[in-house]
Design a protein around this ligand. Structure first.
Ligand SMILES: Cc1cc2nc3c(=O)[nH]c(=O)nc-3n(C[C@H](O)[C@H](O)[C@H](O)COP(=O)(O)OP(=O)(O)OC[C@H]3O[C@@H](n4cnc5c(N)ncnc54)[C@H](O)[C@@H]3O)c2cc1C
Length: 398
């Protein structure tokens, strides 16, 4: 029997596993996907350029935990390029307008002001090498036999002095799936509460207040899709643009676009590490209808924003696309049903019912959506991990 089982190999679950390993405890982490990172996913272009298709930014003034972790892991970070100006495309038949933002002004505001540097991204920073470098650095010292990938939790049963986990695994040879049973004294569930609610059964049933809080807690960015464009050269910078753009017309493929260059591209002679990225403007339910024409439409929008070099036949960009709404490990049916409602608003996170120990302290909920600070963000994943560490320590377990 295990002392501790952690379910969910995103930033939160990995941070908890890290703490358990540091204290010499007996633990295993079970992750449904065949990779670690959860909503952190860094793809790599043919020329080596990293492209963040999930979490990208952190904001040091308000996010001490992720800021400290990046530094403690010895990772470099860079400022998101932001002179306070962006290209605003409000009409598909007109060229974009340059808008200067001051403070928290909305991009579609008519007021013309002097630009305030960092007004678009609020002083955001990115990890050099992509946010995936944080996941790699956290996972590196952990014994690989304790990191069980491709294992999906489907049921949890309370056996009084321990908990029984039912996990489903796909057989590589014949693609059939089969179940494993794992026994553990303590269980930490580091996955989005709505995903947990939709995919895992509990015996006995969880308290009603916990269930209600799980269902009410939207998974942050569950319905997001992101595109990345890797270019041989950051031509938009040559043309005086930061890469920041906002597209607000009804046929927009991408809403927010931004520069995703690595530090090499900041040098004048850069020939690699040049990238732009953006968030899908189309609602999740409508995206399958665009599957065939998607790349064409994405590139056409980039040309409208940044000119013909954005789709140069002689130096075509390498294109990336990731639709999180299609992945049940991130996006629950309730998240899909909510898509578009309260668009862009950051939900309130940290319902106290999600932080309470369950089944006499044998089960704990974690994940960024349970965090009282920084909920939804990388910061929240670490705040939740710290809270679980304190709760386990109070039980004299870890
Ligand atoms: C497109 C996008 C952009 C974002 N941008 C930013 C940003 O710029 N800055 C920022 O701070 N945050 C951002 N976020 C949010 C950030 O990614 C999350 O806050 C953070 O990664 C959450 O970590 P977590 O460990 O709590 O959850 P997750 O990363 O969701 O990890 C949960 C893990 O549980 C696994 N899992 C799910 N179900 C099961 C099961 N039944 N059994 C076993 N395992 C299971 C999942 O596969 C996953 O690995 C973004 C997210 C997205 C999708």
């Amino acid at each position: 029997m295990l002392e501790f089982a952690v379910v969910g190999g995103g930033l939160c679950g990995l941070a908890i596993a890290h703490g358990l390993q540091a204290r010499g405890r007996d633990w295993c982490l079970f992750e449904a996907r065949e990779r670690l990172g959860g909503r952190v996913l860094t793809a790599r272009a043919r020329n080596g350029t990293p492209v963040d298709l999930g979490a990208t930014w952190f904001w040091p003034p308000n996010q001490p935990n992720i800021t400290r972790l990046v530094a403690d892991l010895g990772l470099a970070s860079l400022t998101q390029i932001d002179d306070g100006c962006l290209l605003h495309l409000s009409d598909p038949n007109q060229p974009p307008q340059t808008v200067a933002l001051s403070g928290q002004q909305a991009p579609d505001s008519d007021a013309s002001t002097a630009a305030t540097s960092e007004a678009v991204h609020g002083g955001a920073r990115r990890v050099v090498g992509g946010t995936g470098a944080v996941i790699q650095a956290l996972a590196r010292p952990l014994p690989s036999e304790r990191l069980r990938l491709g294992q999906r939790l489907v049921a949890v049963i309370d056996r009084g002095d321990h908990v029984e986990l039912h996990l489903r695994r796909r057989d590589e040879a014949d693609s059939t799936s089969f179940s494993d049973i794992v026994l553990t004294r303590r269980l930490v569930l580091a996955l989005p509460p709505r995903v947990l609610d939709a995919t895992v059964s509990f015996e006995p049933e969880l308290p009603a207040a916990t269930r209600q809080a799980m269902v009410a807690t939207a998974t942050w960015m569950a319905c997001a899709a992101k595109a990345g464009f890797v270019y041989p050269h950051a031509f938009w910078r040559d043309n005086g643009h930061t890469g920041n753009a906002w597209v607000s017309h009804r046929q927009a493929m991408l809403g927010q676009v931004f520069d995703a260059c690595g530090p090499i591209a900041e040098q004048a002679d850069a020939r690699q590490g040049a990238a732009l990225a953006g968030f899908a403007a189309i609602r999740a339910a409508l995206r399958p209808g665009f599957a065939l024409s998607r790349d064409l439409l994405l590139l056409s929008q980039m040309v409208q924003l940044f000119g013909p070099q954005a789709d140069d036949a002689a130096h075509p960009p390498e294109l990336f696309w990731h639709d999180w709404a299609t992945e049940p490990e991130t996006c629950s049916p309730a998240d899909l049903a909510d898509d578009g409602r309260g668009a862009g608003a950051h939900p309130h996170y940290g319902d106290p019912a999600l932080s309470l120990p369950l089944w006499g302290g044998r089960v704990f909920l974690a994940g960024t959506e349970t965090a009282s600070q920084g909920g939804g963000y990388l910061e929240g994943a670490l705040v939740a991990a710290a809270r679980v560490r304190r709760q386990l320590a109070a039980l004299n377990d870890a």
